[in-house]
Design a binder for this molecule. Structure first.
Ligand code: PAF
Length: 285
């Protein structure tokens, strides 16, 4: 695996591959502290790239997607372990730059998603999706992949990226990869390690509430009642500080209230102590 810490180095690797053959290059962007969910993204990338193609992973804890009072400083990091995991998984190149390499002093340009970035998580974390859209655009411009894999756990992020790629005519195929869960149903996340033992034991309530919603949706319950049921289920867990429970059109993220006529997505944001967990489930009427 080639380890590149500069834009010039990763660009040179990709250009060398492109000069030798036309096999696909597939990117897996991450913020590191890898777990089985990330490795599923790598497997999906390998499948998309095919036998002769290349998989590039990036590890960059992007400062511009964290608010001033958020967990940038304490975001978990383990670059040596991450590098070993990616090498073992057969990744062709790892791009792991410093913030100063990615963001030149005096930079003037950002990518600002409009409506989609002001709702849901965007309301709880103003500026978050501007930071995500800007860094993903930069990664696409630096690496020029044919395709890129993103987890469905960050459902709104996936919608923001798909919309950005469509709106800005980016020639990158966006591949959504299903959420990977622990044995007790908790969605895998690098933030899970920061949960206290008590909060870790309580956190599977998110998946339990989503499972109940799935069954209720199949019985024809309205969006409003589904949302109320999930909120009440979460609020019965004393350690869960419910930030938001939303039900939206699964494709457009438009708000829903009446009977479900198309697939809808339930989106949860719940704090356990200082840790904000998110999860979601697409339900069908
Ligand atoms: O999902 C993530 O890990 C990050 O938001 C991403 C897409 C790597 C951008 O920093």
């Amino acid at each position: 695996m080639e380890l590149c810490t500069t834009k010039a180095a990763i660009r040179a690797s990709v250009q060398r591959w492109r000069a030798s053959d036309s096999a696909p290059v597939v990117l897996v962007p991450t913020m590191g502290y890898l777990h089985a969910g990330h490795m599923t993204l790598v497997e999906r990338a390998r499948a998309r790239a095919g036998a002769g193609g290349r998989v590039v992973a990036s590890i960059f804890v992007n400062p511009t997607q964290f608010g001033p009072s958020e967990d940038l400083a304490t975001y978990p990091r383990d670059p040596d372990r991450d590098t070993a995991m990616l090498r073992e998984a057969g990744v062709d190149a790892l791009f792991m730059p410093d913030a100063s390499e990615v963001y030149a002093p005096g930079a003037q340009t950002i990518v600002e998603p409009t409506e989609l970035s002001r709702i849901l998580i965007g309301k709880l974390r103003p500026g978050h999706f501007r930071g995500v859209a800007t860094v993903v655009t930069k990664l696409f411009n630096i690496i020029a992949p044919d395709a890129a894999c993103f987890g469905e756990k960050d459902y709104q992020q996936l919608c923001v990226i798909r919309t950005m790629v469509r709106d800005l005519d980016m020639a990158v195929e966006v591949i959504g990869v299903p959420t990977v869960r622990e044995a007790d149903g908790l969605a895998m996340s690098s933030r899970n390690v920061r949960l206290s033992a008590e909060d870790r034991a309580a956190a599977p309530v998110l998946n339990a509430a989503l499972g109940e919603a799935e069954a209720l949706a199949a019985d024809g319950v309205t969006a409003t009642r589904l949302r109320a049921h999930v909120r009440a289920r979460l609020e019965r867990e004393p350690r869960a500080d419910v930030q938001s429970v939303d039900i939206r059109d699964a494709e457009t993220l438009a708000a829903l209230s009446g009977p479900l006529e198309r697939p809808a997505v339930l989106l949860l944001a719940v704090r356990f102590g200082a840790v904000l967990l998110i999860d979601n489930r697409v339900v069908t009427p």
